[in-house]
Design a protein around this ligand. Structure first.
Ligand SMILES: [Mg+2]
Length: 230
């Protein structure tokens, strides 16, 4: 293999966004006494939030909504689902979540082992649609900030995955080319098909074993399988 540069997605690929988000939401659920306000089950709250949050991120990647809409309206809609119409509460939850979630340190299984292994052989970078302010704290909190030469955020690149622009920007910044590069991510549409259309090989981290019919370079269920590919 001719690869020299590895570009990683961050959320759900290295940083365990599900676990970290649930931990932050649990603290906020108690702090804001959401049970007293009519949300009887924390698990229902989290699962509704996750569903709405994912929709918002998909729409954000497509350029349909702004950063502010994503950050604030996901809580407003989650509360509305439980018949709570309280703008101030929704605003406080949003602000608290933005400050708290990125301080969480959970990583996907085998992240540290695989980063140590890959860093000895390749130059590593991050390409993320996540926000500049949040992504740096996540990398620091989880102790993996030292592994990456460039942290490329959509905000810095002026283009979001899956658009080709952010991949072209990243290749240029890393002073490399598409042949020497490979993209690793958990989102088929955003990370994998995005990289493919930019001419970059891809590793789809399909942790949930989702069915698809796309032609992609490599597919793994666990990060540890990267040792067989790279
Ligand atoms: Mg991801």
């Amino acid at each position: 293999m001719q690869y020299k540069h590895i570009f990683f997605d961050l959320d759900h690929t290295l940083w365990d966004a599900n676990a970290n988000s649930a931990e932050a939401l649990k603290e906020l659920f108690h702090k804001h006494k959401l049970q007293d306000k009519g949300i009887s089950s924390f698990n229902e709250f989290v699962s509704k939030y996750n569903e709405i949050n994912q929709e918002f991120w998909d729409n954000y990647a497509k350029g349909h909504i702004s950063k502010q809409t994503l950050r604030y309206k996901r809580f407003l809609l989650t509360l509305q689902h439980f018949n709570i119409k309280n703008y101030d509460l929704s605003y406080s939850l949003s602000e608290d979540y933005i400050a708290l979630a990125p301080t969480k340190s959970g990583l996907q299984p085998h992240t540290l082992e695989i980063l140590r292994y890959l860093a000895a052989k390749y130059t590593l970078h991050i390409i993320t649609n996540g926000f500049e302010d949040a992504q740096y704290s996540k990398l620091k909190s989880s102790g993996i900030d030292g592994y990456f030469r460039h942290i490329i955020t959509a905000e810095k690149a002026g283009s979001k995955k899956p658009a080709e622009g952010i991949f072209e920007y990243s290749i240029k910044l890393a002073k490399t080319n598409v042949q020497e590069s490979i993209m690793i991510g958990d989102n088929l549409e955003v990370d994998i098909l995005g990289a493919r259309s930019a001419g970059i090989d891809q590793v789809y981290y399909n942790i949930n074993n989702l069915a698809h019919t796309e032609m992609i370079s490599f597919e793994i269920r666990s990060l540890i399988e990267l040792k067989e590919i790279l």
